[in-house]
Design a protein. Sequence first.
Length: 387
Amino acid sequence: MELSSTARRYLEIVQGLAPELEELSDRVEAEVHDIAAREDPVSQRIYELVIGNDLHRLTLPREWGGQGLSTADYFPVLEEVAGINGALRMVVHGANGMWRLVDQYGTDAQKQHWLPRMAEGDTVTFGLTEPDNGTGRDISTSAVRDGDTWIINGRKWLISFATSAKMIHLLAATGNDERGRTLTCFLLPQGTPGVTAEPLPPTMGCRGASHEILTLEDVRLPQDAVLGEVDAGLDLGLRGFLDVSRLGIAGSALGIARRSLALATEFARQRVTFGRPIATRQAVRLALAEMASDTYALQAAVRDACARFDRGESIEGEAAMCKLLGIEIVGRVTDRALRLHGGIGYTEAHRIERLYRDARALWFEEGTAEIQKLVVGSAVASGRLTL
Ligand SMILES: Cc1cc2nc3c(=O)[nH]c(=O)nc-3n(C[C@H](O)[C@H](O)[C@H](O)COP(=O)(O)OP(=O)(O)OC[C@H]3O[C@@H](n4cnc5c(N)ncnc54)[C@H](O)[C@@H]3O)c2cc1C
């Protein structure tokens, strides 16, 4: 696939940074259980690498200070990043997707305020998931109008970079319709009184990224903190950001699968048992063939969905299918790659151990496999999706 010269340049930047990022990843792994290190978050260093190399504004439109890359151009860079470091991938993925909400639904004042700041490196995040109930319409965080302001109460968790982000797109229930609760999206600036954050325990992979629990007690926001229409927050989140973000998770799965295949192939060429490299054994070649075929199929699906998105088509079904395929394929490929490394692959001596753990986050980000199936099933059953 032909990439633009800008995309090629960023791909080379990431490839050039790989040794530094690998070294940083090792330090993050070592520090993650160290409370003192967590108070001086490693994610800050990862974040500085992202900003310092301009990787946070690849897709942001040029009029707001970004590079304006299409998804077809941006994804190869994201994939490369995903194959190096999971936390870095989370920062890049978030920064290159999150601007879409304000860009599409913001007032002129909201755009003028937030988009140039995002170009400068202010990160923003998305607050939907809750500890006490399901997501989507099931959330219980509520916002009640009080004259010109809204009063918000509730709890969120698993919110990535909630304490370092300059703003959270916060989803709160504001009413009811025939389908259940209706939600509204609020732009919640960092430091707003009434919001407290506590860290979650260290995650299995993607170390260096932080995820917090947020408690909102009588948080007051002005009317102009509402993004888009009142009671339209769920559709705004789904169509404004989640579809392309789900595709980004599939692209991340592709990057991890490709790197895992490369690592397994390299290892199999070098590891000698019974006098021959294991790569010469038929059983090992069958495994490599299955990993390569899976990765190729995922790549084709992701490239097709990117092209559709760049043409302005709805990718509701395609994004969910790609995410579903992505987690199933990266699961199979990282598992196979780990097994091909033998027992030593289960230790931190080999990169595959970290990639295996990093990949597991993809099961949850932007919704589980079951939720993707519900989206695809409903699109197929209603005739919105035909192949
Ligand atoms: C690394 C990481 C980063 C994240 N970052 C963010 C973030 O920045 N912002 C944010 O808002 N969230 C974030 N999340 C949360 C993530 O989006 C959710 O974990 C995910 O959507 C699943 O929701 P849940 O955890 O509430 O699971 P639950 O809804 O409790 O689901 C538990 C299980 O039940 C199944 N299930 C639940 N309901 C149904 C149903 N109706 N039908 C069939 N099966 C069902 C699920 O598929 C799952 O297998 C993050 C999660 C992780 C792991």
